[in-house]
Ligand binder design. Structure first.
Ligand code: GLU
Length: 473
C-alpha cells in the first residue's frame, strides 16, 4: 500500500475513447487501486478546434461502464485558463520563455524553406532574443504566443519506469509554444501545471507521449518543481504489426458495449495488453488483477490486439455468469432487437440457459432466441424436408404429433422418450428425423437443444407449429 500514489487519466475530448485510451485509463486505475492511492480524472479540453461534441460524456460513460471509478474530478482544463496564462507569463518574466509575434505567413514560409533545405521542422527562434513586450492578449489582433526558451545544447535524461533511461539531445527540441495567441495553453503547459498542482506522483501514458516528456522535464525544471515519475505504456498493434486501428476490429469502447461484450471481460482482456501476471494466466477477476498489478510487470514491447481472443474471452465470461445474471444481461439486447414483442423476465430466464453456452457476445442472443417470442416462422418447405422425401417428412410430423398428444407432462425427458423410438419405426436416422422437427418448431436448422426448447415453448405453441409445418408440406 502506498497512499501517496496519485495518478490521473487525462483524455482529450477530440474523439470517442478507443481501446488504447481505455487501456491507459485502466492501468492508472489498477495501479491506484493496487496501491491504495488516488485516481484522478482530468479532461484536457484546451484544443478548441479539435473538440468533439459529446465526447466527454462518452468518456465518462465508458469509464463508469467498465467500473473504473475516479476519486477526484473530472477537472476541466478549459475552466482554468487564467491560471495557465499566469504560469506562462511567470516564465516570461523570469526570462525562461518569451513572447513571439511571428505571423502565420512567416511561419509557413519558414516551414517551406525547411522542407526545401531538408532541415528538421521547428521554430527558427526568430523572436527569442528580441525582448518583445506584451502588446495585446487573447482575442486582440496583435496577440503574441509564449514560447519556451529551450536549451540549445546538453541532454535531457528521463528515467522511465518501464523503459529505463531515455536520453534526448536538447538541440532537437525547438522553442515550443506554451500559450497560444487565443489565450489557451498548449498541451505541454496545461499538462505539467496540472500534474504539479494535482500532486501527480506517476504519469502513466501511451508511448506516443514519450517524445513530449523531455519538454515536460525542462518545464518542471524551469518552474523549479519536482517532476513526477514517468511510465510510458507499450504501443498496441494490430495482428499485422501496424498501429492498431478500426481496420483490426478495434472500435470505440461504446461499440464493444453495444455488441454485448461484458465489462469484466474487457477489463481482463485490456489488462493483458502490455501487462501480465505470468506467462500463462489469461482469465483473472478484476480483484486478482488489482492485487497483482505492478508497473514492473508492464512490458516494454508492443502488445498485439487479437479480436478473436477478445471474443473467446467474452464467451468464457458469459458462460461463467449465473443463469439469472446471464438472463438479466440479455434482456436489454433482446428488448432492443425485438421492439414489438413483450419480453417477460420469467420467460427469458427459462430461455437463457439454452443459449448461454453458445453466445460469444450478448448482441448475438436475439438472433438465437427470437423464435421463442414470434410465432411467425418464415421458412421454406424444402428446409423442412432436408434430405428426406416430402412423404417421409409428413410421416415424421404426423407420428410426432400423435405421440405428443399422449404426453401428460410437457417435459423434455418425457418427450424425448416418446419421440426417439419413432425414428427407428420409420427406419430413419436420428439426424434427419429430428431435423424436420427442429425446423417445424424453430424455423431453422440450428437451434438450442430440441426437447428443452420444446419444453420452454410449451405444449400449445409446439403443437400449433408442428401442425402448421404439416400444412406447408
Ligand atoms: N491529453 C493527452 C491525451 O489525450 C494526455 C497525455 C498525457 O497523459 O500526458 O492522451
Amino acid at each position: 500500500m502506498d497512499a501517496s500514489v496519485r495518478v490521473r487519466f487525462a483524455p482529450s475530448p477530440t474523439g470517442y475513447p478507443h481501446l488504447g485510451n481505455v487501456r491507459t485509463a485502466l492501468f492508472n486505475w489498477l495501479f491506484a487501486r493496487h496501491t491504495g492511492g488516488t485516481f484522478i480524472l482530468r479532461i484536457e479540453d484546451t484544443d478548441q478546434a479539435r473538440k468533439v461534441e459529446g465526447a466527454v460524456e462518452v468518456i465518462l460513460n465508458s469509464l463508469q461502464w467498465m467500473g473504473m471509478d475516479w476519486d477526484e474530478g473530472p477537472f476541466y482544463q478549459s475552466q482554468r485558463l487564467d491560471m495557465y496564462r499566469e504560469y506562462g507569463e511567470k516564465l516570461v518574466n523570469e526570462g525562461k520563455a518569451y513572447y513571439c509575434y511571428c505571423s502565420s505567413e512567416r511561419l509557413d514560409a519558414m516551414r517551406q524553406e525547411q522542407i526545401k533545405l531538408k532541415q528538421p521542422p521547428g521554430y527558427d527562434r526568430h523572436c527569442r532574443d528580441l525582448g518583445h513586450e506584451k502588446t495585446g492578449w487573447g482575442d486582440s489582433a496583435v496577440a503574441p504566443v509564449i514560447r519556451f526558451r529551450s536549451p540549445l545544447e546538453g541532454k535531457t535524461v528521463i528515467t522511465d519506469l518501464i523503459r529505463g533511461e531515455v536520453i534526448f539531445e536538447n538541440s532537437t527540441l525547438d522553442d515550443f509554444v506554451l500559450l497560444k495567441s487565443d489565450g489557451y495553453p498548449t498541451y505541454h503547459l496545461a499538462n505539467i501545471v496540472d500534474d504539479h498542482q494535482m500532486q501527480i506522483s506517476h504519469v502513466m501514458r501511451a508511448e506516443e507521449w514519450l517524445s513530449s516528456t523531455p519538454r515536460h522535464v525542462l518545464l518542471y525544471a524551469a518552474f523549479g518543481w519536482q517532476p513526477p515519475r514517468f511510465a510510458h505504456l507499450p504501443m498496441i498493434l494490430g495482428p499485422d504489426k501496424s498501429k492498431l486501428s478500426k481496420r483490426h476490429g478495434a472500435t470505440s469502447i461504446d461499440e464493444y458495449r453495444d455488441k454485448g461484450y461484458l465489462p469484466e471481460a474487457m477489463i481482463n482482456f485490456l489488462s493483458l495488453l502490455g501487462w501480465s501476471l505470468d506467462d500463462k494466466t489469461e482469465i483473472m477477476t478484476c480483484e486478482e488483477i488489482i492485487k497483482n498489478f505492478t508497473i514492473e510487470r508492464v512490458s516494454k514491447t508492443a502488445a498485439v490486439f487479437n479480436a478473436a481472443k477478445l471474443e473467446w474471452m467474452n464467451g468464457v465470461y458469459i458462460r461463467n455468469l449465473s443463469p439469472q445474471e446471464f438472463s438479466d444481461r440479455c434482456m436489454p439486447f433482446v428488448k432492443q432487437a425485438l421492439p414489438d414483442m413483450v419480453i417477460e423476465p420469467g420467460y427469458m430466464q427459462q430461455i437463457a440457459p439454452l443459449v448461454q453456452e453458445r453466445a460469444r457476445v450478448l448482441a448475438e442472443v436475439p438472433d438465437l432466441v427470437d423464435f421463442f417470442f414470434s410465432d411467425k416462422l418464415e421458412y421454406d418447405s424444402a428446409l423442412l424436408c432436408g434430405k428426406l422425401e416430402r412423404a417421409q417428412a409428413v410421416e415424421v410430423l404426423n407420428r410426432t404429433i400423435r405421440a405428443l398428444e399422449n404426453i401428460h407432462e410437457w417435459l423434455a425427458g418425457d418427450m424425448e422418450a416418446a419421440i426417439r423410438p419413432l425414428a427407428e419405426g420409420l427406419e430413419l436416422k436420428a439426424g434427419p428425423f429430428f431435423g424436420v422437427l427442429r425446423v417445424a418448431v424453430t424455423g431453422r436448422t440450428a437451434s438450442p437443444p430440441l426437447f428443452e426448447t420444446m419444453e420452454v415453448l410449451g405444449r400449445d405453441r409446439c403443437m400449433a407449429r408442428l401442425k402448421a409445418a404439416l400444412q406447408k408440406l
